[in-house]
Write a protein that binds this ligand. Sequence first.
Ligand SMILES: NC(=O)c1ccc[n+]([C@@H]2O[C@H](COP(=O)([O-])OP(=O)(O)OC[C@H]3O[C@@H](n4cnc5c(N)ncnc54)[C@H](OP(=O)(O)O)[C@@H]3O)[C@@H](O)[C@H]2O)c1
Length: 251
Amino acid sequence: MSDTIAVITGASRGIGAALARGLLDPGVKLITLARRDDAELAAAAKAAGAELEQIKVDLSDLAGADTAARHVAALLAPGAKRYLLVNNAGTVHPVAAAAALTDGPAIAQAFNLNVTAVMLLTAHFVQAVAGFDAVRRVMNISSGAGRNPTAGWGTYCATKAALDMYTRVLNQEQGAGGVRAVSMAPGIVDTDMQGTIRASDPGHFPALSKFQDFKASGALAQPADVAGRLIAYLGRDDFGATEIDDIRNYK
Ligand SMILES: NC(=O)c1ccc[n+]([C@@H]2O[C@H](COP(=O)([O-])OP(=O)(O)OC[C@H]3O[C@@H](n4cnc5c(N)ncnc54)[C@H](OP(=O)(O)O)[C@@H]3O)[C@@H](O)[C@H]2O)c1
């Protein structure tokens, strides 16, 4: 029986890929979700003696997300010491000034991935682990963008603000003895998402040069470093003491 069963969305690249690799250990069963399987991760899991199940799903497709959430729940067998859900997959698209945010399907896709799929996965996770005598934790990977406005990011900021509030509602409902959740900003991390941000149209994203400077000046955090700190945070006794948090608060 696994000591830890950990579920990570968006584990194929960036922060999620680093989290997945950081969690590989004998006694860990890792369940990952992304639009593609990761053969390298499968090899790393085998070498580390960890159990791995990769679920290929487009989480912006709600029927797919619902099926995947039920599949994940069925894999959360009783008897482990820890059950972790890290809702990490996300998108910054569409980047456009509010007056130009007219592509309803693109906006809906972002909300589906950044918010609705998180809610579906969390609902099935919470149901599956209800009553388990085990550590049960949800970490939603949020962003400073959910807490401070950034021009051009009307969609992204709104999804992350929604994620923060959803996390608070979940904690209020679950109470002291239930599943504990945190909405955690990861800092500014050197991933494909930052590349996407640097490719934004300056006409729609006035902060473009600031983000180009982050990369040029070496100010971006490395995914493996951030993942290490997130994993350490997942193991803290005071996990969730601050429900809307930022990993940069933990050195
Ligand atoms: N990087 C930063 O500076 C930064 C700052 C603040 C917050 N964040 C947050 O941190 C999280 C991870 O960001 P990142 O920078 O690591 O992003 P990333 O490098 O773009 O990776 C995104 C991950 O999400 C998956 N994903 C994207 N769309 C998906 C979909 N429709 N269905 C399923 N999986 C999907 C991708 O896998 P596939 O493409 O294989 O599906 C990939 O594994 C996000 O929630 C982001 O908002 C990042």
